[in-house]
Design a protein around this ligand. Structure first.
Ligand code: ZN
Length: 196
């Protein structure tokens, strides 16, 4: 079984537009379990598949961020958002942008449609914190990060921290800890062939 690892900005898979999932198998169940563990380990409330280098349309969430609150765990496969309403600003962070926080505007409420791992449809109105998580994670699946939604003034104070992350990524590339672009595109093609 593949062992997943969190990837951070500016890893190219974070800019990859994920493809819809056409099949669910035992390995995907295992991958989702690993995603929850990684999310809890890094104290997150949501994690998109491409944050662990899986180029498929799936994210996990638990608004409590607490691994003991199992009943709050949600898996969204091929999610779609409709009827966004209102605007609300609040601070966000991202496991792929460690140490970086900023205020982001999001829709206040929306309707979400998705499937869970059992193939059951998830559909209904959402607002509050969960609506924010869903918008943040769905952005990831389209290769969008929350820093892309900031104004010029919003992004300016983050410049130094982003540069540090770029430097860390370059070091990872130089030491061979992060795969080359060629290796990554082969991995992406392998996962897409398997699930899309
Ligand atoms: Zn994120």
């Amino acid at each position: 079984m593949a062992k997943l690892q969190l990837v951070t900005f500016p890893h190219p898979v974070l800019r990859h537009k994920s493809k819809p999932i056409m099949r669910v198998d035992a390995e995907l169940h295992d991958l989702v379990n690993q995603m929850f563990e990684i999310m809890y380990d890094f104290r997150g409330v949501g994690l998109a598949a491409n944050q662990v280098a899986l180029p498929i349309r799936l994210f996990v969430a638990n608004p409590s961020g607490d691994r003991k609150e199992k009943e709050q765990e949600m898996v969204f496969i091929n999610p779609v958002i409709n009827k966004p309403k209102g605007t609300v600003e609040a601070e966000e962070g991202c496991l792929s942008l460690p140490g970086i926080n900023a205020n982001v505007f999001r829709s206040k409420s929306l309707e979400v449609n998705a499937y869970n791992l059992q193939g059951m449809e998830i559909a209904g109105p959402v607002d509050g914190f969960l609506a924010r998580i869903i918008q943040h994670e769905l952005d990831h699946l389209d290769g969008v990060m929350f820093i892309d939604r900031l104004s010029e003034e919003g992004i300016r104070p983050l410049g130094e921290d982003l540069t540090k992350l770029v430097r860390r990524f370059d070091e990872g590339r130089n030491t061979g800890n992060i795969p080359s672009d060629q290796q990554l595109s082969e991995q992406i093609a392998m996962w897409e062939k398997k699930y899309c």
